[in-house]
Design a protein around this ligand. Structure first.
Ligand SMILES: [Zn+2]
Length: 393
């Protein structure tokens, strides 16, 4: 066991003990008998919280956490969209506190007027430096490394559904220039480009084909989350570059239309792409969204197509994580929303998304399942980073 005793002048003297793998917490507690001991993972936010109430902080350093801290941690999709009412600091700080290195911020989904995508993208660009100075908008892969070296969270954007293009292929370049680095074909419902996962299982349209060619040209990653099966397979066959399914789960484990079939997973892998596992309990087949459930779904994809084709995108929203349910309730009350979140698909049941601070717990669960440190680093971000290096310009 390593004892380091940095005193925090702001909060009076406290003892920090770093626990090694195999250390018994009970023993450590008795060695500091009488003190109010607090066990936690080595994340800045949890240390700050614990420092408020603890005399002694037992910092747990196990192999999984050590690996997490040495990894490039990549979240390819969050569950919020940028609006003027929401403070970027409130929205983005949890990722910074969790030690995440790269986050793709969602700026639009198909149910919105297409102009919202422009407003959100320009709003994020204009407000980020002031409201969340610990973030850095990136446009090239080298920018991610540079931002991380300066202790900053690298941020880019994504779009859920090609209604954002308003029927105009040339807008792909415009969104790319604004910072959008991946775009889904559809959001649950069919659109001008192809099919959504909760709609008629149609193929990629002529317009959809042109958009994919244009995305290949400008360096934007094609994303088949929320997309219908046939459209996904055709998009993966058409794209000359790796395709991702940023936030989903295997349908073999949970039979839900938002999840993807083994055929989709294999086709995605054949492009050199990555399947990101989301942290939403409805798609994980669990009452509660747990790190173990996410790890189980990751392990399934790794087993099917190889560990180099799986990642994590929790779809976490800081303002709704405790009550993802309330978002869903509001959506099923209006008729139009029944189209996007159809009745009978479980959206009216209590829902939950795993908090981003549990990423190290996912790492630990994966290690318990037998994944090595190198494999963990690939899953936590190396795989998505590889795709970006191949596709971004
Ligand atoms: Zn989504």
């Amino acid at each position: 066991m390593l004892n380091s005793i940095p005193s925090d002048p702001m909060t009076s003297l406290r003892l920090f003990q770093i626990l090694s793998p195999g250390d018994d917490l009970g023993e450590q507690r008795s060695s500091v008998a009488g003190a109010n001991a607090y066990r936690l993972m080595l994340l800045p936010a949890t240390i700050r919280e614990a420092a408020e109430v603890a005399d002694v902080i037992l910092v747990e350093m196990n192999d999984a956490l050590a690996t997490y801290q040495s990894a490039l941690v990549w979240d390819d999709h969050c569950g919020f969209t940028v609006t003027i009412e929401r403070s970027l600091d409130d929205l983005l700080r949890p990722w910074h506190d969790a030690g995440v290195n790269y986050l793709s911020v969602n700026i639009y989904y198909d149910r919105q007027p297409w102009t919202d995508a422009m407003e959100s993208a320009t709003g994020l660009r204009g407000r980020l430096a002031e409201e969340a100075p610990y973030c850095q908008l990136v446009s090239r892969v080298d920018d991610i490394t540079l931002a991380n070296q300066q202790g900053q969270l690298a941020v880019a954007m994504d779009i859920e559904g090609m209604n954002a293009l308003n029927g105009r292929v040339e807008l792909v370049q415009t969104y790319y220039d604004l910072g959008v680095r991946h775009m889904m074909i559809a959001y649950n419902r069919n659109n001008l480009a192809g099919a959504g996962c909760h709609d008629q299982n149609l193929g990629l349209t002529d317009f959809g084909c042109k958009v994919i060619d244009e995305m290949n040209r400008v360096g934007m990653v094609v994303d088949c989350s929320h997309t219908g099966i046939r459209t996904s397979l055709e998009a993966m066959a058409r794209s000359a570059y790796p395709v991702v399914v940023s936030h989903t789960s295997p349908r073999a484990l949970v039979d839900h239309e938002r999840n993807i079939t083994d055929e989709q997973i294999k086709s995605c892998a054949q492009t050199g792409g990555v399947v990101g596992i989301s942290g939403v309990n409805l798609f994980l087949g669990a009452d509660a969204a747990t790190p173990e459930a996410v790890a189980r779904h990751i392990a399934y994809v790794a087993e099917l197509v190889g560990v180099e084709h799986v990642g994590i995108s929790l779809d976490f929203d800081p303002e709704e994580h405790a009550s993802y349910e309330s978002h869903v309730e509001s959506t099923v009350m209006e008729d139009v929303d029944n189209e996007f979140w159809p009745q009978g698909s479980g959206y009216d049941r209590p829902a939950q998304t795993l908090h981003i601070r549990h990423l190290p717990d996912i790492a630990r669960s994966l290690m318990e399942l037998g994944f090595t440190a190198d494999e963990l680093r690939a899953i936590l971000g190396g795989n998505f980073f590889r795709v970006a290096k191949e596709v971004w310009r």
